[in-house]
Ligand binder design. Structure first.
Ligand code: PFF
Length: 464
């Protein structure tokens, strides 16, 4: 077996974990699922889910990884016995599915980034005026429609996947730690700046209202769709439910306080998503666009409209799209790392061969998304609504019911005696969190089956 690396610096782990969490989930996915969930009602459920389920669940992954010092598949077998390799297999599969569409979306960001070098976004949008008038939609929407599929999308999917494979092939120390250090502060500065600008837009008030004032009636009426959507988004954005945090914690020394690390990671991740909402929704309302209708294009539509409008917009735009592409890269690395670590540890394959082989298969799986966005829904819905929730449920079951003793001991390393808090954590995952996950999974499956039998079936009828 190849000797395992550890993090080169004490902060390497936290940087990489934040780098994994902060990505397209915060900036691309969060605004459109919030829009689809009706705004503030979704936001509230999502925030509750992150705090009450996400935090205990991230601790579960940390203790499993640090205790076993193995990849997720090996870790589960060591703790639960041989049958758990199938759950580990689901983790690896989830990495495949998510990274395949993730790379295509990240490719769009690279494409929009490069547009910034070719002149202002305002000029680009002018080019779509005729088509927009004909279709009765905004120019930014037409632009997204043009760039999100076809040869463009295919080309940038290829570039992004090559970058991801390259960094993972170089190994933990040299690749991942270096990439993460500057990106998170830069994103925060930019989003704060954009949020302040959005605040000055006439009509932005309705955006805040939509985003920040939940109506409880809406929550009560729609909980069956809000809950699985919030669960999927929470796990996706925190990189939970498929062993990323197990893998990263497996390279970790015993002196880290896992609870404060968890809070730091969740804090950055949630803060960045929340800030993104403060930028997107005011812009949407100022421009009379209905949130929730634009799907995967919402962030591109709102941001290009914004960058077309402000002085120096194409420089800000270029920086924004560029940084998101880097944020996506540090998340993509973590996805490929899970799959690669598995092949290295369990099959004894060399790192670069594992990264290239697995990355190549994932790349092919993503190609259909560049052809039609219905495949994005197909992969994304399956991964977030079902696979991640299932993964988290299995981990909670294992740690809560099968091996609780080691978990509290492991958590106490680096923290000290937890007293009643350790027991409270175990009981929280044993009963309430377990129940919430079972319900979320059930509702997620129902929703996905609906998608398959309605939207996807319609698409097949129309296209095949
Ligand atoms: N958390 C990443 C994001 O928000 O973009 C995406 C992600 C990475 C999901 C790793 C799952 C994962 F295991």
């Amino acid at each position: 077996m190849v000797e395992r690396e550890t993090w080169a610096t004490r902060t390497g782990f936290i940087l990489a974990a934040v780098g994994s969490a902060v990505g397209l989930g915060n900036i691309w996915r969060f605004p459109f699922v919030t829009g689809e969930g009706g705004g503030a009602a979704f936001l509230l459920i999502y925030l509750l889910f992150v705090a009450l389920v996400g935090f205990p669940a991230i601790l579960v992954e940390f203790v499993v990884g640090r205790k076993t010092e193995r990849n997720p598949v090996g870790a589960l077998i060591e703790l639960g016995g041989d049958a758990w390799k199938y759950v580990g297999g689901v983790f690896v599969l989830t990495g495949f599915v998510i990274l395949s569409f993730y790379s295509v979306v990240a490719g769009w960001f690279i494409r929009y980034f490069l547009e910034g070098f070719r002149g202002s976004y305002a000029t680009h949008l002018e080019g779509y005026e005729a088509a927009a008038a004909e279709a009765g939609v905004s120019t930014a929407e037409v632009m997204f429609g043009e760039l999100s599929t076809g040869l463009d999308a295919f080309f940038f999917h290829t570039i992004f996947m090559l970058l991801t494979i390259g960094i993972v092939a170089l190994g933990i120390r040299r690749g991942i730690e270096l990439a993460v250090k500057t990106m998170v502060p830069a994103i925060i500065v930019l989003l704060v700046g954009l949020a302040i600008w959005a605040f000055t837009l006439p009509g932005s008030g309705a955006g805040y209202d939509y985003y920040l004032s939940p109506e409880f009636g809406v929550i009560v009426d729609n909980w069956q769709t809000l809950l699985p959507a919030a669960a999927g988004q929470a796990f996706f954005t925190l990189s939970l439910g498929m062993g990323v945090m197990i893998t990263y914690a497996s390279y970790l020394g015993e002196d880290r306080n896992l609870a404060t690390d968890g809070v730091t990671i969740i804090g950055f991740d949630t803060g960045i998503a929340f800030l993104t909402g403060l930028v997107v929704f005011p812009i949407f309302f100022a421009a009379d666009i209905t949130p929730g209708e634009g799907g995967a294009g919402e962030i591109f539509v709102s941001m290009t409209s914004a960058f077309a409008d402000v002085t120096g917009g194409h420089i800000i735009g270029l920086v924004f799209f560029g940084i998101v592409a880097i944020a996506a890269l540090s998340s993509a690395i973590s996805l490929l790392e899970v799959v690669t670590a598995y092949v290295i540890d369990e099959k004894g394959v060399e790192r670069w061969k594992a990264a290239l082989g697995m990355g190549g298969i994932i790349y092919l799986l993503g190609v259909p998304v560049t052809y039609d966005l219905v495949f994005l829904d197909l992969l994304d819905g399956f991964a977030d609504g079902i696979l991640l929730v299932f993964g988290a449920l299995m981990l909670v079951l294992l740690v809560g019911w099968i091996t609780p003793k080691f978990a509290v001991q492991e958590l106490e390393k680096g923290i000290g005696d937890l007293g009643g808090l350790g027991t409270a954590w175990i009981w929280a995952i044993r009963v309430p969190i377990l129940v919430v996950l079972v319900v979320s999974l059930y509702l997620g499956v129902v929703e996905y089956v609906e998608f398959l039998t309605e939207d996807f079936a319609d698409w097949i009828d129309a296209n095949l």
